[in-house]
Each structure stands twice: as structure tokens, then as C-alpha cells.
Design a protein around this ligand. Structure first.
Ligand code: TNX
Length: 539
């Protein structure tokens, strides 16, 4: 029988050993450039981390590094102020004039010490993550030896992301923070938080309290939705604004930007359940409930002025909470039945001189885009926002329905984020094993994630420059527990991290699998759940 999917196990306090990994660097995602050196650096409880006195950014990175080392090796290097190389120490140095990229770093390890240099705190942070991985490649505690080497590293793409749907199944602040921790160790920098959908509204909006009073709860569907007395059971959850600020700050400390998503004009049933006037009034026969069912729903926002007062009011609070340049407004799967059936909406289409409902959605998106632009933000939407007319010039397209949207967006001069269904969707099953957690089929294997091409077929070089990155999407209709979320994320997210960070020409499946060995050790020690399905079944 296949072994059970990995439940997190406590760290084993093994004695220090030579790195057992064949690959010289054990860094995941694989660094852009690696040059082996002579000898080894002894890294142990006496190793200091030296930061320049007037560089608070370097100190923050040093503290993060020390704390991560403590978690795995059982000791924390001491922080010390100084400048230049200190024998036997790890030196962290910020130099805004370094001729390297914004997020790049150089990690130099010799027998006498290690030095990380970067232009920005983010670069230094990534260098510290790499050094931490080298220092933890043996899966042991206490002192270790790190082979001398020089690493020059920088990300291939600037949008390295994960989307988590907390509308279908809610996740606590602590669980979201755990995901952010895991993203940081993979050098991912964009957390797309899917906060609203038909099945729940999960962000407090002060101006519209019913969004959470009503919209954050649904009656559970089916027999499971009844308690012992046969009474319906509610499923609820939302984040207060204070919690949102806390998560945003937690992410920022890990160099992760949080991109909120507020869905429109479709996936709006929870909002309409909260404020029925937002719905298509002459079509609504009754106030809908917050949906207990999955699938594409028909409830759309009506395109009248009052709706825009609502949506811009919501977005203004969102803009106040999230410093992100990008604000995601959804746009997917807006089935047009209600707009088609409504004389009021048809009049609107006529009075605006538009051709059809698709053109109305495009007008809708344009109006919201103009509002975001006034607030200094950039609109992101699923690739349906390309339909029905002209998109605001600065809008960024998240392509999920295959390559056509990505190609069109790039051709039209929009930035593109690749997040194709199946290929980068983490809600699909990753094996056909008996113990595979619930998920969609067909199977989306680790290997397929690892081999994902960042340039869709048919894109020329100029268009390919429009691709600013990619993200894995975790929809959670079938992920009820955080354990299931963890099994869905790892190691496929690790593979995706390498796809968006590392140069494509060095991609090597066997080498990646070897580097997963120490990675799994780290996950066990950190109690991060992951699936070992790829080792039992590979298609
Ligand atoms: C389509 S992918 C959706 C989501 C669902 C997903 C899986 C996308 C932009 N929209 O609302 O969760 O399918 O059922």
C-alpha cells in the first residue's frame, strides 16, 4: 500500500552530518548563478550575525535569520553591530549602489565567514533565506559546515504568487500567517487574498456592516448542515479591519505584497444577500441566501449609480487597508442571464449606447478602473475583463482560461500574470493514490507544475516581456481543513517557486527532486504539512 500523505512529524535531534544532498547548494528555488569555492564555513552556536549600525533593514533580516536558524538547528546566532568582514561571522550588508537588481543578492561563503550583500532589504532577505537553507540542508541540529561558494541570485519574474480562496472555506489569521511564512521561505512575494464570493464575504467594511453581519455566514448545505436536533448549522468567518492590517504588516515583514480581491460584477451573491438593492431588482424574485452551493451562480450586481457608490465605498476602505499597488476586482464567470432578463439593465445598455451585456461588463470594469486610478492603484482582473470593449490601459490581466487571454492581453499591451486552470491550480488532486485528499480531477502532478512554461506557445519575445509572473491558485470548495490546504500547497508550490524565480534554461526535474529531500526535512521540523505523492506515483 502507498504510504500515508505526510503528517508533520517533530524534528529529529540528529547529530550534525555532512550535507547528504548531491546538489552542491540545496537551495530551493535554485539560484541563478553558483560558483563552488574551497573548504567550508563552520556555522554553529558561536557564529555571530554582523549588521551595520545604521541599517535597520539589515538588522530586521538578521533577526529573522536568527529566529529561523533557532527553529531548525536549536541555536540562534547572536546579532552584533560592526562593519566589514568579521572572522567567522555572517555579515549582512545593504548597499543601494550595488549594480544588481532590486530583489537580487550576492552570497559569498568562504572558510572565514559568509557575507550577504543586496541593494534592498528584500534582496538581503532572500539571501538570508538561501543561507538558512544551506545551513539546514543536513536535517540535523547543532553545528554544521557549509561548503564555500558564491551565489549571485535574482528572480526571473516580479510577480511570484499564491492565491488563497478564503470565501469557500475560511482560514484563521494564524493559518494565513503560516501560509505567508511558507511563501517567504520560497521567495514568493505576492499573496492574492480571495476575500469575497457567492459563499461568503470575509472582510469587514465599516460603511456596510451587513456585508459581514449577513454575508459572512451561510447555512451549510446537505445533511451535514443539520445539528442533532435537525436545526441548520451556520458556517461563518470574516476578518476585522484590525486583523487585515495585522496580516498585511506580517506579510510586508516577509516582503510579500497582499493583493485583495473584491469580486464584481459576478460572484456577488453574498453581497446581494447582505444588501438586496445591489442585485438586479426587476429580476430578483426573492432575496438570495449566501450560497451554500458551489458552481457558477447567476447573481450579478446591477449597473446603476447606487451600486458604484457601494463598490467605490468598499474599494476606498480596501485601498486604506492594503498598500498594494494592485487591487483585484475579479471579473470571472459573470453569467449574463440576469442582465439579459432585466428591462432596467437593457435600458442602461441602450442609454450608454453599448452593444450587449459583455460591453456593459467592460464599461463596468472601466468605471471601477478609473476610480482605482484616481486612488493611485492598478486594476487586476481575471481574463474575462478583456471581453466586450477596451480595458483601462494600465489594467493587468490574470489569465486563467488558457493561453488565449494571455496572448490577447500581451498583444494589447497589458501586463499579464499566468494562472491557468489545471496547470497552476492547486485544488486539483496530485495523485490517484487511495489517500489523496479530496480535490478536482484530472490529476495536476508535481512534475507538470515544475515543467510549466512561462512563455505560452505563440507569444513572441516582445509579448513575453509582458508576462510579469505567475501564481498558483488554491480554490477551496474541496479544502475544508488547513491540513488539506497544506497537502495541496506542498510541494507543488515549491515547484512553482522555482518556475518563477530561477532561470528557465537550468530547469532540471531530477535535480529539483533531490533538493526536495532537505526541503521535506525542513517541513517536518517546522510542522508544515506536505504531500509525498510525487514519490509514489508519477505520470
Ligand atoms: C472557477 S478560476 C473560478 C472559481 C472556482 C473555480 C473552481 C476562476 C477565476 N473562477 O470561482 O472556485 O472555478 O471551482
Amino acid at each position: 500500500p502507498a504510504p500515508a500523505a505526510q503528517a508533520p512529524a517533530p524534528a529529529a535531534a540528529k547529530p550534525a552530518a555532512q550535507p547528504r544532498v548531491a546538489h552542491p547548494s540545496a537551495i530551493l528555488p535554485r539560484p541563478a548563478k553558483f560558483v563552488p569555492g574551497q573548504g567550508a564555513f563552520v556555522f554553529g552556536p558561536d557564529t555571530a550575525v554582523v549588521v551595520v549600525a545604521d541599517q535597520p533593514g539589515a538588522r530586521r533580516v538578521g533577526e529573522f535569520f536568527a529566529q529561523r536558524v533557532q527553529a531548525l538547528r536549536g541555536f540562534a546566532p547572536k546579532l552584533q553591530e560592526g562593519s566589514g568582514a568579521v572572522k567567522g561571522a555572517v555579515a549582512l550588508s545593504l548597499d543601494p549602489k550595488l549594480p544588481i537588481g532590486e530583489e537580487a543578492y550576492v552570497l559569498d561563503i568562504g572558510q572565514d565567514g559568509a557575507k550577504i550583500s543586496a541593494r534592498s532589504e528584500a534582496g538581503l532577505f532572500y539571501g538570508a533565506v538561501s543561507l538558512w537553507q544551506l545551513a539546514t540542508a543536513d536535517g540535523a541540529q547543532g553545528e554544521t559546515r557549509i561548503a564555500a561558494q558564491r551565489i549571485e541570485d535574482a528572480p526571473a519574474y516580479r510577480w511570484r504568487g499564491l492565491m488563497l480562496d478564503v470565501a469557500r472555506h475560511f482560514r484563521s489569521v494564524d493559518e494565513v500567517k503560516a501560509v505567508l511564512d511558507q511563501m517567504a521561505l520560497l521567495k514568493l512575494n505576492s499573496f492574492h487574498w480571495h476575500l469575497t464570493d457567492d459563499q461568503g464575504w470575509r472582510i469587514e467594511i465599516k460603511k456596510f456592516p451587513r456585508l459581514t453581519e449577513v454575508g459572512s455566514c451561510r447555512i451549510r448545505a446537505g445533511a451535514n448542515g443539520r445539528d442533532a436536533q435537525g436545526k441548520p448549522v451556520q458556517y461563518c468567518g470574516y476578518y476585522t479591519q484590525e486583523q487585515i492590517r495585522d496580516v498585511v504588516a506580517y506579510a510586508a515583514a516577509r516582503h510579500i505584497n497582499v493583493v485583495p480581491e473584491i469580486e464584481m460584477p459576478g460572484h456577488a451573491q453574498a453581497a446581494i444577500a447582505s444588501y438586496p438593492a445591489l442585485g438586479v431588482g426587476d429580476v430578483l424574485k426573492q432575496v438570495p441566501p449566501v450560497s451554500p452551493d458551489w458552481g457558477v451562480h447567476t447573481y450579478l450586481f446591477n449597473p446603476q449609480d447606487e451600486t458604484f457608490v457601494f463598490l467605490t465605498g468598499v474599494l476606498d476602505e480596501v485601498v486604506g487597508l492594503f498598500p498594494s499597488k494592485y487591487i483585484h476586482i475579479g471579473g470571472d464567470e459573470a453569467a449574463k442571464d440576469q442582465w439579459k432578463a432585466s428591462p432596467m439593465v437593457q435600458n442602461k445598455i441602450k442609454s450608454l449606447g453599448l452593444k450587449d451585456e459583455a460591453a456593459l461588463q467592460s464599461w463596468f470594469v472601466g468605471r471601477i478602473g478609473a476610480h482605482l486610478q484616481q486612488r493611485g492603484r492598478v486594476l487586476v482582473g481575471w481574463d474575462e475583463i478583456l471581453e466586450g470593449g477596451k480595458l483601462p490601459a494600465d489594467a493587468t490581466v490574470m489569465s486563467w482560461r488558457g493561453d488565449a487571454g494571455a496572448l490577447q492581453a500581451a498583444r494589447d499591451g497589458h501586463d499579464v500574470i499566468l494562472a491557468p486552470d489545471r496547470k497552476l491550480y492547486l485544488d486539483y488532486a496530485q495523485s490517484e493514490r487511495d489517500d489523496e485528499p479530496s480535490g478536482r480531477y484530472p490529476v495536476a502532478t508535481l512534475r507538470a507544475f515544475y515543467e510549466f512554461p512561462m512563455t505560452p506557445p505563440g507569444m513572441d519575445a516582445e509579448q513575453a516581456r509582458r508576462v510579469i509572473g505567475a501564481q498558483g491558485n488554491l480554490w477551496t470548495e474541496h479544502k475544508r481543513s488547513f491540513d488539506q490546504v497544506q497537502l495541496a500547497l506542498h510541494p507543488r508550490l515549491d515547484a512553482l517557486a522555482e518556475v518563477v524565480w530561477s532561470p528557465a534554461q537550468g530547469r532540471d526535474w531530477n535535480d529539483f527532486q533531490r533538493r526536495l529531500v532537505p526541503q521535506f526535512d525542513r517541513y517536518r521540523a517546522l510542522k508544515v504539512g506536505f504531500s509525498d505523492a510525487a514519490y509514489a506515483v508519477e505520470t
